[in-house]
Design a protein around this ligand. Sequence first.
Ligand code: 5GP
Length: 178
Amino acid sequence: MNKNIDDLKILIDSKTLNDRIKSLADEINAIYPKDETITIICVLKGAVMFFTSLAKYLKMPVKMEFISLSSYGNSTKSNGKVKSINLALPSFEGERVLVVEDIIDTGLTLTFLMNFISQNCKAKDVKLAVLFDKKCARKYDIKPDFCAFEIDDKFIAGFGLDYCGLYRNLDYIGYFEE
Ligand code: 5GP
């Protein structure tokens, strides 16, 4: 059945999102040396809003990189395959890297990506920050270093996350009731 914006119930409002992202940035600022550069990698497209919000609150010198990956297509369930669209990254030899992703669901996408970065980019440290963790849906053994919210196994959209390409621009997170 097609869903539209009237079916989207608010799960997390804009202020709650922003307050939590700011406090997550404080957690990140506390872990990294404040004068050492980190490269933050935005996993497009879903992480775009989280990435730009988080970046504003980081206090150390920051470089930005962008990659594209997808696994859901137009479905609301993972199809079990990672579709790589653009994984072109520079070498991060001796540098610190923080991967910024919208959500971990089964863990397939991030297991693939974290392995790819560890094997190809020679960084001295690779960590992972996610906006959402659907822990109960996990099929791969991966844990984020930083997570803003743990959520139940429901399909969410808004604030970067889409449904059929839509709703990424919303400043809140909504969910579709089954
Ligand atoms: P995984 O590989 O962990 O199963 O799925 C991760 C990817 O699936 C995320 O990067 C995101 O693109 C997509 N995804 C997982 N759960 C949701 C959801 O509730 N809503 C949306 N819009 N995408 C999701």
